[in-house]
Design a protein around this ligand. Structure first.
Ligand code: NAD
Length: 287
């Protein structure tokens, strides 16, 4: 598991934003509770940390070594003075996903914010794409969001407040070769999100997608190796000529930038933003 720490100054900046918007000493997500799927690593861990910093009680979820997860859980709870729980629910198993939502409602009394972030990747030409990899990517990257939303929406509608954020991708908007399952799942997740947004809009519940360009997380580190093999080029060339070729800014998107956007969408200030596919991709999809 890779720990996510905010760069010097970012936490202070977030604290200042929070203080300015919500009044001295208060935090924009105080009193709210959130699930962030796939939050033992990368973007999900960054979002869970930002939510805790903003005052939310958080359920962590994802794979990893028990000691690492327990350390993350206690560190976040201690640093930010919020309740942090962990669900080991497998995002390939509908019953465990519904159970995770039910446990959060039972333990926190409600579930206000759901971030569907868990994701996996496999890179291969379509004619060689392993069938079990296709099934797993569709299950984790698309179907898990359906199962979590299905379980969470009744409570959100009843309480007339809710926030659903689905981690999509620039690959929800455009395609790249060798990623048939990932691109299909991420395009599908935008369709699910728009539909849900329209269904729940009159109940004080929003549903948006965040569509990042490349972010340097363990998921991307693995792809650099895989893409080098698939394209027959070096890893440095993959970063420059494949990953960042369309990302006009020529830099990886940073986890803390995505986390700050997620805090905004989850706050009261995000009430009118719904059904959006919000690109944070250094200009990639507007080329
Ligand atoms: P990551 O590999 O660092 O984290 C993925 C998380 O999902 C981990 O916590 C992992 O344990 C969890 N996970 C995987 N399979 C699971 C399962 N069956 N059950 C429960 N948890 C499971 O990846 P990341 O880069 O942080 O990606 C997070 C999300 O952002 C993904 O949906 C990904 O598609 C999306 N995204 C990433 C990038 C990028 O460049 N890193 C770009 C666009 C979108």
């Amino acid at each position: 598991m890779t720990p996510v720490t905010f760069a010097t100054g970012v936490t202070e900046m977030l604290d200042q934003t929070i203080t300015t918007r919500a009044g001295r000493g208060s935090r924009p997500l105080a009193g709210k509770s959130a699930i962030v799927t796939g939050s033992t690593s990368g973007i999900g861990l960054g979002i869970a940390r930002a939510f805790a910093a903003a005052g939310a009680d958080v359920v962590l979820n994802g794979l990893g070594a028990w000691q690492d997860i327990e350390r993350t859980r206690t560190d976040l709870a201690g640093e930010f003075g919020v309740a942090v729980r962990y669900s080991a629910a497998d995002m390939m198993k509908p019953r465990e996903i519904a159970g995770m939502v039910g446990d959060a409602e039972d333990n926190f009394g409600r579930l206000d914010i759901l971030v569907n972030n868990a994701g996996i990747q496999h890179v291969s030409p379509v004619e060689e794409f392993p069938i079990e990899k296709w099934d797993a990517i569709i299950a984790v990257n698309l179907s898990s969001a359906f199962h979590a939303v299905r379980a969470a929406v009744p409570g959100m509608k009843a309480r007339k407040w809710g926030r659903i954020i689905n981690l999509c991708s620039a690959h929800s908007l455009v395609a790249s070769p060798y990623k048939s399952a990932y691109v299909a799942a991420k395009h599908g997740l935008i369709g699910l999100s728009k539909t849900v947004a329209i269904e729940v809009a009159e109940f004080g519940v929003t549903c948006n997608t965040i569509c990042p360009g490349y972010v340097k997380t363990p998921l991307v580190d693995k792809q650099i190796t895989d893409q080098a093999k698939a394209h027959g080029i070096s890893e440095a060339d993959v970063v420059r000529d494949v990953m960042l070729v369309h990302q006009a800014r020529k830099e990886f998107v940073r986890v803390e930038e995505l986390a700050a956007l997620a805090v905004f969408l989850a706050s009261d200030a995000g009430a009118s933003m719904t059904a959006g596919a919000i690109a944070m991709d250094g200009g990639w999809t507007q080329h």
